[in-house]
Design a protein around this ligand. Structure first.
Ligand code: 13P
Ligand code: SF4
Length: 305
């Protein structure tokens, strides 16, 4: 039996021996972040995926993130840290629904949040992440935008890019949608001096009350650099733990106890250990057609972002 520290040392040894790069989304647990080569938000992970020199990339996160890695590094072996780690939002729109929407809005540019399947991306014009969406939508030539599937992120973008005509669909993150105005009122009553930092996947009523709205990396950077000493965090609760760990002189409170992504939590340090010794996770395999077409959507994101 290993202690956490011993298991981490084994993972570090094996990843080097087996030429593996470990990418971890910021919603992973602290013990996993400590063995990762890179930790970040969805946009940062996409940039790192294209740059990693190792022959294998282990993505500690959810399936669409591992698929993005594969699209950006087609010649590399890409492993998703847990086969069941999906994102419910990524499954909300299927190909048939998208086909019907495109028929209804034929002259619209289809903007897909990166939290979508590769099959769907293959039929969209450009991808965005929470940290790049505003800039990319501003840079699209067409005035008419169909934004899928997160209506909360889409509404936040629409507010900042009023010159565009943005159609939204009814979709979003069930984890972030759990946070309510009531939660904000209760948290502010308990911590009146705290700043409220939220993710744009939150419902607009909650986002409207925030001092800062941004991606996971954006929230972490804001809290690190702010002169305030207390923060209410409106995103997945692992960010509360990471910030408290990194900034012990500041205080961080979850906006809601319920903001826990069970899919992100499926990956444990033990799973990471199994992956680096070749008996865990799932290798991502995508068809040639999906690889070519979905890659265009991601490349457009990198170009416009
Ligand atoms: P970012 O990593 O872009 O902040 O998105 C958060 C999220 O919910 C990822 O699934
Ligand atoms: Fe998907 Fe929400 Fe979990 Fe992110 S936090 S992986 S958007 S369910």
């Amino acid at each position: 039996m290993f202690t956490t520290r011993e298991l981490q040392d084994e993972i570090l040894r094996l990843k080097k021996e087996n030429d593996i790069c470990i990418l971890a989304h910021a919603y992973q647990s602290q013990d996993i972040l400590e063995v990762a080569d890179y930790v970040g938000d969805s946009y940062g992970l996409s940039l790192e995926a294209a740059k990693a020199p190792q022959s294998t990339i282990l993505m500690c996160g959810v399936r669409f993130m591992a698929e993005t890695v594969k699209l950006l590094s087609p010649d590399k072996k890409t492993i998703l840290s847990h086969p069941q780690a999906g994102c419910p939002m990524a499954e909300q729109i299927d190909l048939e629904m998208l086909r019907a929407m495109k028929e209804q809005y034929p002259d619209y540019t289809v903007v897909a949040y990166i939290n979508t399947t590769s099959e769907l991306k293959a039929r969209c014009d450009v991808c965005v992440t929470s940290s790049s969406a505003v800039k990319i939508v501003k840079n699209i030539e067409n005035k008419n935008i169909l934004f899928i599937p997160d209506c909360n992120l889409g509404a936040w973008v629409a507010e900042q890019v009023p010159e565009k005509n943005i159609k939204l669909v009814h979709g979003g993150c069930p984890t972030h949608a759990k946070m309510t105005v009531r939660d904000v009122e209760a948290a502010k009553k308990l911590h009146p001096a705290a700043e409220l930092l939220v993710h744009p996947e939150c419902v607009p009523e909650v986002a409207k009350l925030a001092d800062y709205i941004g991606s996971t990396t954006g929230i972490m950077d804001y809290a690190r650099n702010s002169s305030a000493s207390e923060f209410i965090i409106g995103t997945e609760n692992s960010i509360v733990q990471h910030l408290q760990f990194e900034c012990p002189d500041k205080r961080f409170y979850p906006l809601s106890k319920g903001c826990v992504c069970m899919n992100m939590k499926l990956t444990t340090l033990g799973e990471v250990y199994n992956c680096v010794r070749g008996i865990g996770g799932e290798e991502i395999v995508l068809s040639g057609e999906v690889m070519t077409k979905a890659r265009k959507c991601i490349d457009m994101m990198l170009k416009l972002g």
